[in-house]
Write a protein that binds this ligand. Structure first.
Ligand SMILES: NC(=O)c1ccc[n+]([C@@H]2O[C@H](COP(=O)([O-])OP(=O)(O)OC[C@H]3O[C@@H](n4cnc5c(N)ncnc54)[C@H](OP(=O)(O)O)[C@@H]3O)[C@@H](O)[C@H]2O)c1
Length: 245
């Protein structure tokens, strides 16, 4: 993959892994557009990375996605890379938790429907570019679910399966499809208490970028490589171990 002179949209680029991706891609001479819901997070991101272009958008809202794509098509007709990174998670008890149906709809809309909608809406633009690339961000939990998350594992497993289908269906198209599966990373995602095994966003994005350069289709970052193997050989052990963390 060519790592410079791209025009890139990173959803959820105002925080954590998306923000670190924005930093690294800007340093390498790319045009980087980030979107997220919070104007304040976007303002902070712009303070940290003055060259970044920001756009306020709730990707769980289909009309907002359509408006963002119309804006991108007008303002950035050379957009050649979509990184579907934004996601949310609820740690809850499915039966006893409050507003669980509302949380279900929020998570499915943000983590699965929105990336698929954005791919569909942006495909005509991406398909016109020479070096077009769709990157979907998932997690090692697509292999083994963590039981504290009632919906998150399923939303990412759905995106994992969709990404495999899309890669196959686009095999003769100029648009490359990559999935990046992250392990636990110390970002605001963990509300100030990341698990002890969490790696830094710098380390996670460094590995991602090296493997993008090498042209890998499925990038298993850090311990996701081990989880993948364990999930194939000793799934019950992997399930117990993962859920004991
Ligand atoms: N951190 C980890 O341990 C870990 C592990 C494996 C995979 N991942 C994956 O890595 C990705 C990034 O996670 P992170 O750790 O960087 O989390 P984060 O720091 O919480 O960042 C999430 C980003 O998504 C944005 N976002 C959430 N809902 C949105 C919506 N409806 N519309 C637009 N933007 C939205 C947030 O901004 P607003 O709040 O302003 O909308 C924020 O910029 C996610 O896909 C996550 O599943 C993370």
């Amino acid at each position: 993959m060519m790592m410079q002179s791209n025009t890139i949209l990173i959803t959820g680029g105002s925080s954590g892994l998306g923000l670190q991706m924005a930093k690294v891609f800007l340093e390498r001479g790319n045009t980087v557009i980030i979107c997220s819901r919070s104007a304040e997070k976007l303002r902070q991101a712009k303070l940290a990375l003055p060259a970044v272009i920001t756009y306020e958008c709730d990707i769980a809202n289909r009309v907002a996605c359509e408006e963002m794509v119309a804006w991108l098509t007008r303002q950035y007709p050379l957009l050649n890379m979509l990184i579907n990174n934004a996601a949310i998670v609820h740690k809850d008890d499915f039966v006893r938790g409050e507003s669980m149906i509302e949380k279900l709809y929020q998570e499915v809309s943000t983590n699965f429907l929105a990336p698929v909608v954005l791919i569909k809406l942006l495909y005509p633009l991406l398909n016109r570019q020479a070096n077009a690339h769709i990157i979907n961000v998932t997690t090692g939990l697509v292999y083994i679910p963590r039981t504290v998350y009632p919906f998150y594992n399923s939303t990412k497993a759905a995106l994992h399966a969709f990404t495999q289908v899309l890669r196959k269906q686009l095999k003769d198209s100029p648009v490359k499809v990559t999935e990046v599966l992250f392990p636990a990373v110390a970002t605001p995602w963990h509300n100030g208490s990341p698990p002890s095994i969490a790696i830094t966003p710098e380390k996670a994005i460094d590995e991602m970028v090296k493997k993008l350069e090498a042209g890998k289709d499925e990038i298993r970052v850090g311990k996701v490589k081990l989880l993948y193997i364990l999930s194939r050989i000793v799934p019950a052990f992997a399930f117990r171990k993962l859920n004991a963390i």
